[in-house]
Design a protein around this ligand. Sequence first.
Ligand SMILES: NC(=O)c1ccc[n+]([C@@H]2O[C@H](COP(=O)([O-])OP(=O)(O)OC[C@H]3O[C@@H](n4cnc5c(N)ncnc54)[C@H](OP(=O)(O)O)[C@@H]3O)[C@@H](O)[C@H]2O)c1
Length: 292
Amino acid sequence: MKITVTGSLGNISKPLAKQLINVGHQVTIISSNANRTAEIEALGAKAAIGNIADADFLTKAFTEADVVYTMVPPNFGAANYRQYVADAAKSYAEAIQKAGITRVVNLSSIGADIDGGTGQIAGNHDAEIILNALPNVAIKHIRAGFFFVNFYANIDMIKHLGFIGSNYDSDARLIMVHPADIAAAIAEEIEQGFAGKSVRYITSDERSTGEIATILGKAIGKPDLKWVEFTDEQNLNGMLQAGLPQEVSSKFVEMGTAIRSGILWNDYDAKVTKPTGKTKLEDFTKEFAARF
Ligand SMILES: NC(=O)c1ccc[n+]([C@@H]2O[C@H](COP(=O)([O-])OP(=O)(O)OC[C@H]3O[C@@H](n4cnc5c(N)ncnc54)[C@H](OP(=O)(O)O)[C@@H]3O)[C@@H](O)[C@H]2O)c1
């Protein structure tokens, strides 16, 4: 099959492209950075260099594809995060229609069933609705859990403050996923095919944040590492002091409140009995320790 993959050589797109190429598919990878062309070609893919906000560029990159994988990259500079995601989804929708694409796998998020109060994830909610409005296009939304790799953003906190934490306590649940497990789920959907509009959750492991601190701590030689709960205000100020813009920082805080209240997991809990991804937190600790 001819498959166009957005998301460059990112967390999910690189393992996804590799997997698709390995089984003989013709893959085009979209990146905004021309310097990545050689690395993309070295994988055995074609590079399409341009911006996902440019629907004409996307239309060309999608034309003749049997399947398109869409994702909206994080944008820490967005003036209005929800609007940024909706605009990207509209750009995808226009290109999907103009290029005559009939099958799309879209990266979404756990919590995308909720219309607001979930930080950046409200954007995924809107994106699902925008794409679902496309007639005659089969769409599979992959609602991924909290990425293990998000913990890389806590490395400075652990190094400089000696603890890990956020605006939810050490009993809070985190339903997590390894990007490789997301890539495997997307590849599986592409291979087996799908019709209509539907959602698939993909998660790898579920732990309390207290347990996560202990397990990550052990892997980096800090067996006493503790999870510390911050107030929303402390959390916001910490991110602003670390140089993150106000808009995205406030979205992280809001997402934290949805983790704290547990609303983020409600729809998942109603539909999924246990994680199916094969990479457990203990497996990820090797990658975490190497990055640390
Ligand atoms: N973090 C979580 O816990 C979580 C949970 C559920 C869902 N998600 C979803 O997953 C997404 C992140 O996926 P990921 O980790 O695979 O992405 P990623 O690795 O952070 O980024 C993908 C790549 O997209 C490219 N890109 C950025 N802006 C672009 C633009 N305007 N036009 C074209 N390409 C652009 C960049 O590469 P180049 O520099 O090569 O262009 C970037 O490295 C989130 O945005 C969210 O929607 C996240």
